[in-house]
Design a protein around this ligand. Structure first.
Ligand SMILES: Nc1nc2c(c(=O)[nH]1)N[C@H]1C(S)=C(S)[C@@H](COP(=O)(O)O)O[C@H]1N2
Ligand SMILES: [Mo]
Length: 414
């Protein structure tokens, strides 16, 4: 298991990291960064605002530490200005404090359960012999922006940075499952990662997917992120990639894949990551897990983020100013981003940046000239290709998921 010390410094090769080698932060940079306060939304709970600080994990640039056991670190706004998030700027989220050491040469992936042929065990090299596919996709925690809920709800108090977008490369999960063959009454595929609970009270993190989603062409067992091995803290040597769906299903350090003929009833399916039925306009459902009152969270809701200028920034009256950001959704693709400078009465269409695929961040920008001095509030609103748009009022739900309320930044025009 990797200790907190190991997480921070990757001491002397004790930790087997993805790209193997000098991943330790330069001496002193952690301390240096810890003095620098990250920008935090004023809507976050006071306790979070007081405690959150930059910290440099092994192989990472400084991220905002929300908790360190288990490690939960979000990206500051400045890392979200590009449609592709670099590996060393990608957020880190774990449920369990037992972060495993993983040695690529001994790592094995086991496929079993209700299989038609026989159980299969793959080495990393064997996994890489299967046809490789690449997809650019947003990995967003279901609880991203939970900290902005009013009233506050329990859980990690994420701001805007529990997300990133990368090019993921790996084998199709479907091809991996085909090696073992599935019995025809399989309903779900269950995943386990190499991490485990340190205290017995947290159940092991196991997740399942409905068979139809598990076997979609874009669902991968990924071993590369942006052309490199996965960073250790993002799931080295392989993780499940489920484009369009929230990151809770994106199992890191995956070691076991099990086919089941009954709905999987582990804690993280039955009791966690659920939303009230009928409150969100989701298109894809996870029916085998649905009850009368709740359903597992599935798709990422359509959303956007203003990344520049930052809230409270000073801009000059009469001078051209660029407002820019990113937009994303659950895989239908962004069709429009609009900006309002009058509290939502009128909207202007922003220019969309390069299309990196329907699962990716879509960058956007809008140029304007602020005329009058004083405070100027800007809102951004994204719409996707099936006409879903961001909401103006928060949809309350106990775990604080799916926060896609239109956000505003207020500029100081001088
Ligand atoms: N093995 C393992 N995989 C996991 C988790 C975990 O706790 N353990 N958390 C999931 C959740 S809830 C999220 S948001 C993403 C975070 O991915 P990242 O740490 O690469 O950013 O990993 C997912 N996969
Ligand atoms: Mo998450």
């Amino acid at each position: 298991m990797i200790t907190r010390r190991g997480l921070l410094e990757a001491a002397g090769g004790a930790v087997a990291f993805g790209s193997g080698g000098a991943l330790a932060a330069p001496a002193g940079s952690a301390a240096l960064q810890e003095d620098t306060r990250p920008w935090l939304s004023p809507s976050l709970p006071a306790g979070t605002r007081a405690e959150a600080a930059f910290e440099t994990l092994a192989g990472k640039k400084p991220l905002i530490r929300l908790t360190d056991r288990p490690p939960n670190y979000e990206a500051p706004l400045s890392y979200l200005r590009t449609a592709i998030t670099p590996n060393d700027e990608f957020f880190v989220r774990y449920h369990l404090a037992g972060i495993p050491h993983v040695d690529a040469s001994t790592w094995k992936l086991s496929i079993g359960g209700e299989v038609a042929n026989s159980d299969v065990t793959l080495s990393l090299d064997a996994l890489k012999t299967l046809p490789a596919f690449e997809v650019t996709a947003v990995c967003q925690c279901a609880g991203n922006r939970r900290g902005l809920f009013q009233p506050h709800v329990p859980g990690v108090q994420w701001g805007n940075g529990a997300m990133g977008c990368a090019r993921w490369k790996g084998a199709r999960l479907k091809d991996v499952l085909d090696l073992a063959g599935l019995k025809n009454n399989v309903v779900e595929i269950v995943f386990d990662g190499a991490d485990g609970p340190v205290l017995d009270k947290t159940p092991d993190f196991l997740k399942s997917l409905p068979l139809w989603k598990a076997t979609e062409e874009t669902t991968l067992v990924a071993y590369e992120m942006n052309g490199e091995a996965l960073p250790h803290l993002n799931g080295f040597p392989a993780r499940i990639i489920v484009p369009g769906w929230t990151a809770t299903y994106w199992m890191k350090h995956v070691i076991t894949i099990t086919a089941v003929t009954k709905p999987f009833d582990g804690f993280w399916m039955k009791s966690a990551y659920r939303i009230p039925i009928g409150k969100f306009p989701l298109v894809t459902h996870f029916l085998s897990q649905e009850t009368e009152t709740t359903t597992p969270i599935t798709e990422i809701v359509v959303n956007s983020l203003i990344t520049s200028p930052v809230d409270g920034a000073r801009v000059k009256a009469g001078r051209r100013t660029m407002i820019s950001g990113i937009a994303w959704d659950g895989g239908y693709g962004i069709s429009m981003v609009e900006i309002s400078a009058d509290g939502g009465k009128s909207w202007m269409e922003a220019a969309l940046g390069e299309d990196l695929g329907k699962y990716a961040f879509r960058s956007w920008s809008h140029e304007f000239i602020p005329k009058r001095r004083g405070k100027l509030a800007f809102a951004a609103r994204a719409t996707n290709r099936i006409g879903q748009t961001q909401i103006h009022e928060l949809i309350q739900n106990p775990a604080g998921y799916n926060n896609n309320v239109v956000q505003t930044v207020t500029l100081d025009v001088v």
